[in-house]
Design a protein around this ligand. Structure first.
Ligand code: PHE
Length: 446
């Protein structure tokens, strides 16, 4: 295990883009606005922001530290660190869970691909095909999810430098730019201000609603790629010269920032659509939501923009496909790195085999979408990811040798020992984050 054969990022920028690329994806632009709509707006936003910083960031740093220290995958990491053997099953649970996440994620990512192709097919006059690709029927879902798996496997098989880094260092800034432009445009539309209020002014009568906490915590874990080992594995490929604290902060801020921006776009866009006659509330008077929300809102928005809208739609959905890819790569990489490090498997074989297994899972979900999709999303992101995070807190906060931990964080950040960060991070990892996770998980069951 370890050593140069594992591959390493060739630059600091490569690692930051890969970690940010893992974090930024459907979780931000599909998951966050949908959850915000489902949970009534600003109260959810506020809770999510708090949990991302108070629970997410400390755990992200814990994963970075274990990953770089062990230079291994989640299972190998626990096995190689003193006191960690008993935690190996936690590593396995992470590896399996991330596979299930990949399985549902590819379906939505496939839909992004379909919405990218739709305007192109229309432009070349293939109207029937254009309508079919976005029909989201079983066959189109299967086609696009499979395509997505295929590309992910190809990139992961190519390895860290050629695969992950190359893709991750591009295009993300463009996504940010388009989001900002779209948001500015939406905020000028009639009705948008109403949406802005719903997005930013919390209705505190809704805060003490059980599902709200579970959803916000799950969203924080999902969006920051936590618990399942993606961040751990990415950090295992980074050099000892990196300042993990700074990188963790950058990743958290960019991930949370993009999610916030996506909400700022989608929620006001819903109200703008409502001002021009679209129905945005269900019978119970709640905002419509569900996995299809952004596919209803965004294309309608692009339509209002005329020819520019067509171009923007193509670019936007293209970037979404890339953003999703940089996330799925970091998912498949987790079990693949285990197979390569611990089982001595060839990287290409491991990518195909493991990709194949979860492709089958994905097909099962696609074939039973109404029955399985929401269930798999909620189980993996709202329960297992936080549970895995809890174990990480216990391991790093209570089991792992403190000097080993500090020595690792000090690499690339020699002055960290006396910093404000080092005074509070251990408190968060030992008490604040695990206790919050425990309370939220417990209240979900009671
Ligand atoms: N964070 C990714 C997103 O927001 C999803 C993800 C979850 C990636 C778990 C890796 C591991 O789209």
């Amino acid at each position: 295990m370890g050593g140069s054969s594992r591959g390493e990022f060739s630059s600091s920028f490569g690692f930051i883009m890969a970690a940010a690329g893992s974090a930024i994806g459907l979780g931000n632009i599909w998951g966050f606005p949908t959850q915000t709509a489902q949970n009534g707006g600003a109260a959810f936003v506020l809770l999510y922001l708090i949990l991302a910083f108070v629970v997410g960031y400390p755990i992200l740093l814990a994963e970075f530290t274990i990953g770089r220290h062990s230079q291994s995958n989640p299972v190998g990491a626990y096995q190689s660190i003193k006191g960690g053997k008993r935690f190996a099953p936690v590593g396995f649970l992470g590896i399996t869970t991330v596979g299930f996440i990949l399985s549902f994620y590819s379906i939505i990512a496939g839909t992004m691909m379909a919405y990218f192709l739709n305007p192109i097919l229309k432009l070349v006059g293939l109207h029937q095909a254009a309508a079919w690709v976005i029909s989201q029927g079983v066959s189109s879902n299967i086609l696009f999810a499979s395509l997505f798996f295929f590309i992910t496997v190809l990139i992961v098989a190519a390895g860290v430098k050629n695969g992950i880094e190359k893709w991750s260092t591009r295009l993300m800034p463009t996504l940010l730019l388009i989001l900002i432009l779209l948001t500015i445009y939406v905020l000028t539309l009639d009705g948008a201000m109403e949406g802005l209020k719903v997005y930013l002014l919390p209705d505190f009568t809704k805060v003490f609603h059980t599902q709200l906490f579970t959803s916000a915590l799950g969203q924080a874990f999902f969006s920051l790629s936590l618990g399942v080992g993606s961040m751990l594995v990415l950090a295992s490929y980074t050099s000892k010269k990196e300042n993990l604290v700074r990188l963790g902060r950058l990743v958290t801020l960019s991930d949370v920032g993009i999610a916030f921006l996506a909400g700022l776009l989608i929620i006001p866009a819903m109200y703008a659509a409502s001002a021009s006659g679209a129905e945005i509330f269900d019978e119970a008077g709640n905002l419509i939501s569900g996995p299809n929300l952004i596919f209803q809102v965004l294309p309608a928005l692009f339509d209002t923009m005329g020819p520019i809208g067509i171009g923007l739609a193509i670019i936007f959905f293209f970037l979404m496909v890339i953003a999703a890819l940089t996330s799925t790569i970091s998912m498949l990489e987790v079990p693949v790195s285990y197979a390569v490090d611990n089982r001595g498997m060839d990287r290409t074989k491991a990518s195909i085999l493991i990709g194949g297994i979860f492709w089958i899972v994905s097909m099962v979900i696609a074939l039973n979408f109404d029955l399985l999709f929401d269930f798999v999303v909620a189980t993996t992101t709202e329960f297992i990811q936080p549970l895995l995070g809890l174990f990480i807190c216990v391991f790093v906060g209570w089991v792992m040798n403190r000097n080993t931990l500090i020595e690792e964080i000090k690499q690339g950040n020699p002055d960290v020992e006396n910093s404000f960060f080092m005074k509070i991070w251990p408190l968060f990892i030992r008490y604040v984050s695990p206790i919050l996770i425990l309370i939220i998980l417990a209240q979900a069951f009671l």
